[in-house]
Design a binder for this molecule. Structure first.
Ligand code: AKG
Length: 340
């Protein structure tokens, strides 16, 4: 049976730690070392001097703000998100809920232009802003992945980025809007009054999860809410900075690196004063691409820990589970398998 997830926050402690912020204008060899270290230690880091132009970011942000400012009925025209389009509170097909509304888009240019007709009164302007943004953040993701491959001493330096650059890449873009908690029962919210009442004091914007893809590039306005979990399970708030991008290791990169990197669990809490808006590019392989640990990262001391899977298989597994479930567990090689 599918049930709604509780919107309470897991009561684990939080602590302040130095989340790595990496300056992408440093020299290549230093950068690749720093990036690998951050991926190993946190599965997460921030980047500055990232080369994505302010105009490209601002135009996408304006389009997002314009859409979320529309009346609820107008926004519904771009939904429901199955999985693409406008979603309000429902996250995925299995009853997960959060205090947010969002737009989920496939990054394929054709798909963006088709969707834009129900999103914007000026679809060409919206498509243009979205395509430019996707192109810029994909470049950033690919540059980071090439540096990471160098830092891992992998023979083929484009082994990760090629998957994102592929014309059939299954990458997606999500714009999230978290209205202030005090606004929760208001006209933006078309869900039944009983559910609105239950959620009145809840603060989970987007529940705990890891991203299934390879790498996520996220940017938010100046409103906090994002938290990441350290490997020991403690939660760390990530201070917002609109001039930086946050980078998340996803499940597919964990498998490709044979667990040398671990995907980072994260969540977003809604704020009681100001609306948070975030824009996340999820860099993914094509559906038919095989994901398995790279040979250079397998050794007798560290045998392959993951069964090969296609991205399509992984996505199907992810959609069959709840948001917070650890989907990679389904593809891990168990000790008994290794000894056979
Ligand atoms: O809004 C945020 O900061 C987090 C969003 C997120 O985790 C997601 O879209 O998967």
């Amino acid at each position: 049976m599918v049930v709604s997830s509780p919107t309470t926050i897991r009561t684990k402690k939080t602590k302040a730690v130095g989340i790595p912020t990496i300056d992408l204008s440093l020299n290549r060899s230093m950068l690749s070392e720093l990036l690998v270290k951050a991926c190993e230690e946190f599965g997460f880091f921030k980047v500055v001097n990232h080369g994505v132009s302010k105009e490209v970011i601002e135009r996408m942000e304006e389009e997002g703000a314009e859409f979320f400012a529309k009346a609820a009925e107008e926004k519904q025209r771009a939904g429901p998100a199955r999985p693409f389009g406008y979603g309000c509170k429902n996250i995925g097909p299995n009853g997960d809920m959060g205090e947010l509304e969002y737009l989920l888009l496939h990054t394929n240019t054709h798909s963006i232009s088709e969707r834009s007709t129900s999103i914007s009164n000026d679809p060409t302007k919206f498509s243009c802003a979205a395509n430019n943004y996707v192109q810029a953040v994909r470049e950033l993701a690919c540059e980071i992945l090439d540096l990471v491959a160098e830092g891992l001493w992998v023979h083929d330096k484009c082994v990760f980025s090629r998957l994102l650059r592929d014309v059939h890449s299954d990458s997606v873009l999500r714009l999230n809007h978290y209205p202030p908690v005090s606004d929760m029962i208001s006209d933006w919210d078309p869900s039944p009054k009983l559910f609105q009442h239950q959620c009145k004091n809840s603060r989970v914007g987007f529940g705990e999860h890891s991203d299934p893809q390879i790498l996520t590039i996220l940017r938010s306005n100046d409103v906090g809410g994002l938290q990441i979990a350290l490997h020991d399970g403690l939660w760390v708030p990530v201070p917002p900075d609109p001039s930086e991008f946050c980078v998340f290791v996803g499940d597919a990169l964990q498998a490709l690196t044979n667990g040398r990197f671990e995907s980072v669990r994260h969540r977003a809490l809604s704020n009681s004063v100001k609306p948070r808006m975030s824009m996340a590019y999820f860099g993914a392989p094509p559906l038919n691409a095989w994901i398995s640990p790279l040979p250079e990262l397998i050794s007798s001391q560290k045998p392959s820990g993951y069964k090969p899977f296609t991205w399509d298989e992984y996505k199907k597994a992810a959609y069959s589970l709840r948001l917070g479930d650890s989907r990679l567990d389904l593809f891990m090689v168990r000790t008994a398998d290794k000894t056979q």
